[in-house]
Design a protein around this ligand. Structure first.
Ligand code: GDP
Length: 298
């Protein structure tokens, strides 16, 4: 948790700074509520979550005297209430195996690193893991994923640069099935610049997967970079449309003051948040603990 706390330090400082001094009359009145709402919005929690938190505070405490400390605690409680329903861990339950986990997200979001962290994590839980290098558009992506696969000591299926991602995925599922793999984690291209192509590519992967196992892909995890703030939200919107999304992992929550976007995402989309990234090493993927995160943020 040390890194967790450190991770959200800037987000927490920002919200705290924004909330400081809003308790003017020592009573929770409309002016104070307005200021709380504004503070939440400028702290990247977004207008919808801010309005909800305001309404809850109003309902529970309007006209009552409140200290700054108590206000922050009350805000933390409402943030936790928004986050709890979406804190849903990734479970490996597919039968037959493997569980096919597509990982999507724009280039630079931390997708490759997150795949490695997730693979490492599942392996520590004694699951047999395999990676598939479905981002054939970037040669560097294939190479990088290979390096990670070696480092965490899991098999990887790759193809040539510019190769057909769907055929790599086909090979990967076959091999994973034959070798008793539990979780097959598939990297995909992150070229949002060409939405049409990306959509076709992902659709083709889905089609091939569906022929091998109608349940696959079992998970479509969107990796988001918290430092993008509100832009992360439009990425959810687009990827929902392009790829279908079953869950989120938000990365780079360390060192950014924009961690509030996690709350905005939870409020706006209600998609499961499986884990969060708080650093660059393999151990920096953390379970998403809503109460802890809420307490750290506010
Ligand atoms: P991709 O292009 O989406 O595959 O992104 P990469 O996995 O290559 O990550 C891009 C950069 O972000 C790399 O330098 C990673 O080390 C870094 N990165 C990924 N996740 C995190 C995180 O949770 N925190 C921090 N600070 N950096 C991260």
């Amino acid at each position: 948790t040390d890194k967790m706390f450190g991770g959200f330090r800037k987000t927490s400082e920002r919200l705290s700074e924004n909330l400081t001094g809003v308790v003017g009359t020592a009573k929770l009145d409309n002016d104070t509520l307005d200021m709380v709402e504004d503070a939440l919005i400028v702290s990247d929690l977004g207008p919808a979550a801010a309005a909800r938190i305001r309404a809850k505070l109003e309902e529970k405490r309007f006209g009552l005297s409140i200290t700054e400390r108590a206000l922050k605690e009350a805000v933390a409680e409402e943030i936790a209430a928004i986050l709890r329903p979406v804190a849903i861990p990734l479970e490996i339950t597919a039968f037959p195996r493997p569980q096919v986990i597509l990982v999507i997200g724009v280039n630079g979001s931390g997708k490759t690193t997150t795949i490695a962290k997730l693979g490492h994590w599942l392996q520590e839980d004694d699951y047999g893991v395999m990676l598939a290098a479905g981002d054939t558009f970037r040669a560097a992506a294939i190479g990088q994923l290979k390096v990670w696969a070696e480092r965490i000591d899991v098999p990887i299926i790759t193809g040539p640069e510019g190769g057909d991602p769907a055929s790599i995925v086909f090979d990967a599922v076959k091999t994973a099935t034959d070798t008793g793999i539990d979780a097959l984690i598939v990297d995909t291209a992150g070229r949002l610049q060409n939405k049409r192509e990306l959509m076709d590519e992902l659709a083709k992967i889905r089609k091939v997967l569906g022929r091998l196992n109608p349940e696959a892909p079992h998970d479509v995890i969107l990796v988001l970079d918290a430092t993008n703030g509100q832009n992360a939200l439009s990425q959810i919107e687009i990827f929902k449309e392009v790829a279908g999304v079953t869950g989120l992992i938000m990365t780079k929550l360390d060192g950014t003051a924009r961690g509030g976007v996690l709350v905005a995402a939870a409020e706006q989309f209600g998609l499961p948040i499986h884990a969060i990234g708080v650093g660059e090493t393999l151990d920096d993927l953390r379970p998403f603990d809503p109460d802890l995160v809420a307490r750290v943020i506010a």
